[in-house]
Design a protein around this ligand. Sequence first.
Ligand SMILES: [Zn+2]
Ligand SMILES: [Zn+2]
Length: 263
Amino acid sequence: MAIRTAQVLLPAAPLRLTTEEVRLLWSFVHGAIQIPSMRAWMRESLGFCPRHTWGYAVVEIELWEAGVGDRAGHVPFDVSVLYEDLARGLGRRLAQPRGWGRRPDAVLVPARRCLICTQLDSPPKEGFAIGYANSNSAALAAEANPLRHSRRWCSLTADAWAELACSACLGDGPSSPAHDAAAPCRLHLAEAVRAGRAGDGDLAAAALRLTGVADRLAVFVESVTMFGPSAGPADEASWIEALGFFAGWRFPAFLAGLVAPEN
Ligand SMILES: [Zn+2]
Ligand SMILES: [Zn+2]
């Protein structure tokens, strides 16, 4: 049965991550993803909730300073590795939405709660509240929250993703992009399927799109490694496309200056 989680779309506003959120996300960047049970959790929970999906990208981009190859750090690498896996897996399931003995929209809904939300709700064990390698989480939060590098990424790649963004996320304002290439995000697609406004054809289109995103993410991830090929604009934007699908588009649109700030 699908579990209701904090699947609340983010407003067009800064995240203002708390010290504890940064501590947990920074620990996750440093290896939790390598643990098989964590990888299984991520697949069941379809990644994190919208806030922690974008929070994960922000923490990695803002705080990870050392790069490889031509990169000088501040690159969404781990988040791209994770969402390539999730996009490919969800793409496969969406190709046969009725083959899993569930309602088709259930494929789009997490079967497990967001890991970070769950950790935030559990009281820290004595002696375990320090950050990764004793890092000062409050200082890291102060460094992450201005969103300097995340803003740059979203702005520089906007030409490659703005037309793909879910129009239900961005609203119907006069400046909102209502392009032919636009497709609903996971949350709005699930809503449309439940309401009978979308059917198997829309799920098949989403499946195709996710597989394409996963392929571009694979190229992008390779490009970040020492001897990887260079990535084109669509590859560089693929992580935003993936996160936009899983967690909504208002936040990157806000960072790129495509929607007005809400507070
Ligand atoms: Zn969460
Ligand atoms: Zn949406």
